[in-house]
Design a protein around this ligand. Structure first.
Ligand code: UDP
Ligand code: MG
Length: 313
């Protein structure tokens, strides 16, 4: 059996179409469809209840509030019963027609079958920043490689799922975690599709924060950069002090120096603030990890038998 996991946040417009599509492409397979309602405020949950009543392969979990897509994917994986799971968006931007091809590759022995989106027809600014970002992050981050155009749309074998579930960190940067667990990977490409209906939840700042998350989640190199930068400014400083000293000895005291002083103060202040921020980021993460809060709270579901069992464990 294959589990298809799909997080949904305010997706009332597309859910039925999504269900129909899955139904169509999965005719030949045994599957369960797990919807994770990430605290939607529209009729998403209502539609899921209807689907669940109509089709017993449809299972849903509904969070008590919006916990984010990462939490939703984690919940889906936790309750998946299949021998493999496909994670995909519910807005039909991840074409369901890819699933049979992914299953085929899985049967050939791949543990992760990754669907890669080409960036055709995308605004060049978006694809350009993406390219730059991946260059940067792969340079900065250890142990994992991130690929442009690769998102969360993928099939995971049971052992890959279990490996992911064993990572209990609170700050989940899935793109990185998928790469971190390793296993044999297979890439399949698909054409970029525009969102069918509804709106994307990504704003510029969300993307920026996501980008920073990616860098901070997987290494402490930014802290290392702070050390190098400190050493660098210190040596410049020492040279400059030496220069001033000699100048004063040779030419006597030279009072005007406002520009040098103010620029040194501002520059150093700026660098210090920047790295205080970097250190703060790490401490903030430690703080969240230390609390060991659950990733999500489930308000309603049609899989409670299984949830109770899991909680008793
Ligand atoms: N999503 C979610 N929680 C959120 C934001 C998004 O579960 O807080 C789901 C959303 O319903 C969709 C998927 O994550 O199925 C991708 O979201 P979106 O389409 O907004 O992102 P984009 O495709 O623009 O990257
Ligand atoms: Mg989308």
């Amino acid at each position: 059996m294959i589990s298809i996991i799909t997080p949904c946040f305010n997706e009332e417009d597309v859910l039925n179409a999504f269900y129909d599509e899955i139904q169509k492409v999965m005719k030949k397979f045994d599957f369960e469809l797990i919807f994770v309602d990430d605290g939607s405020q529209d009729r998403t949950l209502h539609i899921l209840q209807e689907l669940g009543n109509k089709d017993q392969r449809v299972r849903y979990l509904s969070f008590s509030r919006n916990f984010g897509k990462e939490a939703a994917m984690l919940a889906g994986l936790t309750y998946a019963r299949g021998e493999a799971a496909v994670i995909m968006d519910s807005d039909l931007q991840h074409p369901p027609s890819m699933i049979p091809k992914m299953i085929e590759a899985y049967q050939e022995g791949y543990d992760q079958v990754i669907a890669k989106r080409n960036r055709k027809d995308e605004k060049w600014t978006r694809s350009f920043t993406a390219k730059l970002y991946y260059k940067l992050i792969n340079h900065f981050v250890d142990h994992i490689t991130l690929t442009d155009g690769v998102g969360d749309f993928r099939l995971l074998s049971r052992r890959a799922i279990d490996a992911l579930l064993a990572l209990s960190e609170y700050n989940r940067f899935s793109k990185g975690l998928f790469s971190w667990i390793g296993f044999k990977e297979h890439l399949l490409e698909y054409e970029n599709v525009d969102r069918a209906l509804g709106q994307s939840k990504w704003t510029f700042f969300k993307l920026l924060n996501y980008g920073i998350d990616g860098i901070i989640s997987f290494n402490n190199r930014p802290l290392r950069v702070a050390i190098y930068m400190g050493l660098f400014t210190m040596s410049i400083d020492l040279l400059y002090v030496l220069y001033i000293l000699i100048k004063t000895i040779v030419h006597g005291v030279d009072v005007p120096g406002y520009v040098t002083i103010i620029s040194a103060v501002l520059l150093l202040g700026g660098i210090q603030m920047l790295f205080l921020g970097v250190i703060g980021e790490y401490i903030g993460r430690i703080y969240y990890e230390a609390k060991k809060r659950p990733h999500y709270v489930i308000a309603e579901d049609n899989v409670s038998g299984q949830i109770k069992k899991q909680q008793q464990k």
